[in-house]
Write a protein that binds this ligand. Structure first.
Ligand code: HEC
Ligand code: HEC
Length: 327
């Protein structure tokens, strides 16, 4: 069954007054690792570094200085041969507030834990998210999180013409395998670095608990905005299997089978976006935000009951399973 929510259905839902949820059954605080709780610390630590030394990344002939990789109005493009020509809004943006999309989502559209994988979303879905960020229908339980605020502000500063050009670009990209999932009870010690968790260079291990630790395959590549390397998701033992069961059966009415709306391979269907093989932090963040009434557009309504009864453990299981699938 595919659910295409037309304007009439939306009007009906709205007319009978289904309200967006405001709180969850299990009111655990937001999982820090899904919300990119970082700081400008690394900018501080970068002070005094020589930013003018020529740098390389694997599998690329491009040479750039760190200073160039930090330019949000001229995205470091380490692999220009691996994506179609991109419009200015994607690679350069518009000063002073129109940051370039690819700085945060990468030229390949697969993104980082703080942002989201947007390669292969439909034009309509992307345009709608902007409408929702602009109107406030899409918010967050942590609206002051710098990255969320950045995206919401950007949406307000992007013209409809630029938005359409960007949406067409990202919709044209074929999502690539971006995540390597590893199950384990014990994981390398991590710390919050900039806007993500990264493996602590001091070493050591710690229990994973109920978390997904989404760390760069290469911290150097991440640091230099190189979209040639993706992420490792450390997930709890057994979570992929539990997530698969929940996603396929709906867990005796706790939720609903995801494929009924998101398509057989969870690669998107109609108005429901692709959810397989994408940044897991964002999947959990969205499930949590939807459950807490932070996505109130009529198009999100089918998801309210899907998310309502999920515990944080369920969200981790679902995201672990989704991340393990091919995008
Ligand atoms: C400053 C960094 C930044 C820039 C620049 C940026 N984004 Fe985002 N984007 C984010 C973050 C962070 C999120 C996740 C916000 C949230 O949790 O709702 C996001 C979310 C999105 C989403 C929703 C993803 C989802 O899973 O539903 C879309 C679509 C999107 N961005 C498109 C764009 C486009 C198009 C541009 C350029 C016009 C752009 N972004 C520029 C950081 C950025
Ligand atoms: C009844 C239909 C339906 C079912 C069942 C459903 N979804 Fe959705 N889902 C949607 C729609 C429609 C959207 C897009 C909302 C929007 O347009 O903003 C969505 C959006 C999402 C998003 C946000 C994506 C993003 O990048 O912002 C996530 C995550 C998600 N669904 C996960 C799931 C999971 C996991 C399941 C199964 C447990 C599931 N969905 C079952 C219809 C459904």
């Amino acid at each position: 069954m595919s659910v295409k929510l037309g304007p009439i259905a939306i009007a009906l839902f709205t007319a009978i007054g289904i309200a967006a949820p405001t709180r969850a059954a299990d009111d655990a605080p937001p999982p820090y690792w899904a919300f990119a709780i970082g700081s400008y610390a690394t900018e501080e630590t970068r002070k005094g570094q020589n930013d003018d030394i020529p740098l390389h990344v694997p599998n690329s002939d491009v040479v750039m200085t760190r200073k160039q990789t930090l330019d949000i109005f001229n995205v470091p493009d380490w692999h220009p041969d691996q994506h179609p020509p991109a419009p200015d809004v994607v690679m350069r943006g518009k000063k002073p507030n129109g940051y370039s999309c690819a700085y945060c989502h990468y030229p390949n559209g697969m993104g980082i834990p703080e942002s989201a994988s947007i390669a292969g979303f439909s034009v309509d879905y992307i345009v709608q998210q902007f409408r929702d960020y602009r109107s406030g229908a899409r918010s967050s339980v942590l609206p002051d999180m710098i990255s969320y605020k950045g995206m919401a502000t950007l949406a307000k500063n992007t013209s409809d013409e630029d938005l359409l050009a960007a949406a067409k670009y990202f919709a044209s990209l074929k999502p690539r395998k971006w995540i390597r999932v590893i199950e384990g009870d014990t994981v390398p010690k991590t710390k919050v670095a900039e806007y993500l968790v990264s493996i602590d260079p001091a070493g050591g291990t710690e229990p994973i608990g109920n978390r997904i630790l989404e760390v760069p395959e290469s911290m150097t590549s991440y640091d230099l905005h190189d979209d040639g390397a993706g992420f490792i998701d450390y997930v709890p033992v057994g979570s992929i299997k539990k997530g698969e069961r929940l996603a396929k059966t709906g867990g005796n009415g706790k939720t609903q089978p995801c494929a009924s709306c998101h398509g057989a391979n969870l690669k998107g269907l109609g108005v429901a976006p692709p959810i397989a093989g994408r940044i897991a932090s964002n999947i959990v963040r969205q499930l949590y935000d939807i459950q807490h009434g932070k996505r109130t557009a009529p198009e999100v309504m089918p998801m309210w009951s899907v998310a309502a009864k999920l515990s944080q453990e369920d969200m981790v299981d679902l995201a672990a399973y989704l991340a393990s699938r091919d995008p």
